[in-house]
Design a protein around this ligand. Structure first.
Ligand SMILES: Cc1cc2nc3c(=O)[nH]c(=O)nc-3n(C[C@H](O)[C@H](O)[C@H](O)COP(=O)(O)OP(=O)(O)OC[C@H]3O[C@@H](n4cnc5c(N)ncnc54)[C@H](O)[C@@H]3O)c2cc1C
Length: 392
């Protein structure tokens, strides 16, 4: 039933489901403990994630990766999305562009440890005055002898508390065109300052600090790729990650619908279970219908990438999947909260937690407004059929 998935994709789906089911019981504990798991459980989850290969899903085989089709990865991330509080997120992923951009010694020192699940990285791009428009960053990298000197303030650096190193994006002051460079900076390098660790709506163990890089000195060979490559790396990362965010939102929505329906079938008001009330049925029906649409879009955007369709069209399709799936998941969380009634407002209720957690999916990796701009500009350029495929 539904989108055709091969037996091996189904196998991945089952393995990811198993892993997530093993950590879901810790969600409520995590909610009450700043995102932490009970003693020893984080270590176990990390080991399980590593054994499953979650840190190397998208890594080329020649570098020890699984090089899975994007559809398989979307199916896996959909399952991971069923859990709240990031209880399943005990790994970072090495990404294909890293192997194209990094030198052999950079791969050896920083990227292979990511593949092996031994290190964490964080990506420091956003600034106080540069979020949606990443091209307007002000951070600088200036060549001084055999070093780069980095300066700038970065906001919302996810994994800031556990990262072993940072990708830091900055304007290269010596570049005549002022292009951006991407730099690897080890945690602990002199001059890195943590300005604040704000509380966010979600209760995750990873933080999103505001950080300042004050005259941080790194060797010249910590530049990744060439000047000007950084925006292209970011664009490639976004294309993939937007599909994975869409997938996670589908997983969240399917869990919400299952839990909301189970409650509706047992909760009695008067003599009747609320699942028999047509207004409740309408909420469930709308939710399932929208999930169906979002899942088809997400799987198809991933499969189109596996078929090697044109990058600019894929970029648009990834934006459509992210826009629709993130907004769908927000509506589903709201409806399911309503179905739970007062219980849906308790922090030990999955619908309450998802209502807070899913909100960021409409903001990070490009807000809903930015996705709409990408889609609109692309359709004006390519036409309807240029994006959706030719008819007849
Ligand atoms: C929890 C969290 C984790 C994050 N992790 C990271 C990370 O690891 N690394 C990193 O670099 N960044 C990270 N970010 C930053 C995130 O990518 C940005 O917040 C996002 O891109 C939006 O930028 P902004 O917050 O500056 O909003 P702004 O760009 O200031 O936008 C404000 C509002 O204006 C709208 N808007 C902006 N431009 C337009 C336009 N042209 N047309 C119409 N509307 C527009 C936006 O949609 C939004 O509604 C994270 C953010 C959060 C909340």
């Amino acid at each position: 039933m539904g989108y055709h998935l091969s037996p091996s994709t189904r196998e991945w789906q089952a393995k990811a489901r198993n892993y997530v089911d093993s950590v879901i019981p810790f969600e409520v504990y995590a909610e009450g403990h700043h995102g932490a798991l009970p003693d020893g459980e984080a270590k176990k989850a990390k080991e399980r994630a590593k054994a499953l290969g979650l840190s190397r899903l998208d890594v080329p085989k020649q570098h020890g990766g699984l090089e899975l089709p994007l559809l398989d990865q979307a199916v896996i991330w959909e399952q991971l999305g069923r859990a709240t509080n990031a209880v399943a997120w005990h790994f970072t992923e090495a990404q294909p562009w890293m192997f194209e951009a990094c030198t052999p010694s950079q791969i050896d020192k920083w990227i292979n440890p990511l593949v092996r699940g031994e290190k964490y990285e964080a990506f420091a791009l956003t600034e106080a005055e540069a979020g949606s428009d990443a091209s307007s960053i002000k951070s600088t990298a200036t060549k001084q002898g055999d070093q780069f000197v980095l300066n700038g303030e970065k906001w919302f650096v996810t994994f800031s508390n556990i990262a072993d190193f940072f990708f830091f994006e900055a304007i290269m002051t010596d570049d005549p065109e002022g292009r951006h460079g991407l730099f690897i900076v080890d945690k602990g390098t002199a001059g890195i300052e943590y300005l604040e660790e704000p509380e966010f709506s979600h209760t995750f163990p990873c933080h999103h600090a505001t950080m300042r890089f004050n005259n941080v000195k790194i060797p010249l060979d910590q530049l990744v790729g060439k000047p000007g490559d950084a925006l292209d790396f970011t664009r490639r990362w976004f294309r993939r990650e937007r599909i994975m965010i869409a997938a996670r939102c589908c997983g969240a929505a399917s869990r919400l619908i299952e839990e909301g329906m189970a409650f509706a079938k047992t909760r009695k008001v008067g003599e009747e279970v609320i699942a028999d009330f047509q207004l409740i049925q309408a909420m469930l029906a709308d939710s399932l219908t929208e999930l169906y649409a979002a899942r088809l879009m997400t799987y198809e955007a991933a499969a189109a990438s596996d078929r090697g369709e044109e990058a600019s069209v894929l970029h648009t399709q990834a934006s459509m999947a992210k826009l629709y799936a993130t907004e769908m998941a927000g509506r589903v969380a709201d409806r399911v909260t309503q179905i739970f009634g007062g219980r849906g407002y308790r922090r030990d209720n999955v619908a309450e937690r998802f209502t807070r957690e899913l909100r960021v999916d409409r903001i990070w990796e490009g807000t809903s407004e930015i996705q709409r701009l990408i889609i609109a500009r692309s359709m004006i350029k390519r036409g309807v059929n240029g994006i959706l495929g030719k008819i007849g």
